[in-house]
Design a protein around this ligand. Sequence first.
Ligand code: SF4
Length: 192
Amino acid sequence: MTQPIIIGVSACLLGEHVRYDAGHKHDRHITDILGAYFTFVPVCPEVGCGLPIPREAMRLEGNPAAPRLMTIQSRVDRTERMLVYCAAKVGGLMSEDICGFIFKERSPSCGLTKIPLSGNGVSELFAIGLFAHEVVRCFPLMPMEEAERLHNPRIRNDFIERVLLYYRKKDVKKESCMDHTPLKANNLLKYP
Ligand code: SF4
């Protein structure tokens, strides 16, 4: 039986009420169109790292190479909590064998591109969300997109093709690993 092709998705895009204001950002391009091809693993890093719903809005601040995740009004630094979660969650995603990720744009946790950095005294400095950064670091070749871009049919079709290709390559790798296992075992038996 063919294995489902699993991709990670920011949970609010699937209609889960996980946003800071207890709302969601259900995106039907994802659930109705991409849902025909892929099985989704929802991830909300802000709820996953233990923050409540609703919660105070946050933003990225400081150095683009090591931005801090700060609550906007009360000035609480959530960076360490988020980084600990990210490291653990990405390990979990590796064992789920994901083949792609769709991120919510403009989020200090999930945004994949151009999240404005505050509090550095320089305008026009950008970073990427802390969770998105960890996914990119650990899956450098895996297809990823922000949800809004997938409204464009050309970009969406391209994403589908890239995920299918990534899936097939992973499958071939797994098969070739399996092929080699008995050979090694035989060799060990013959030549101890
Ligand atoms: S953008 Fe990411 S962190 Fe924010 S609510 Fe959606 S899934 Fe959660």
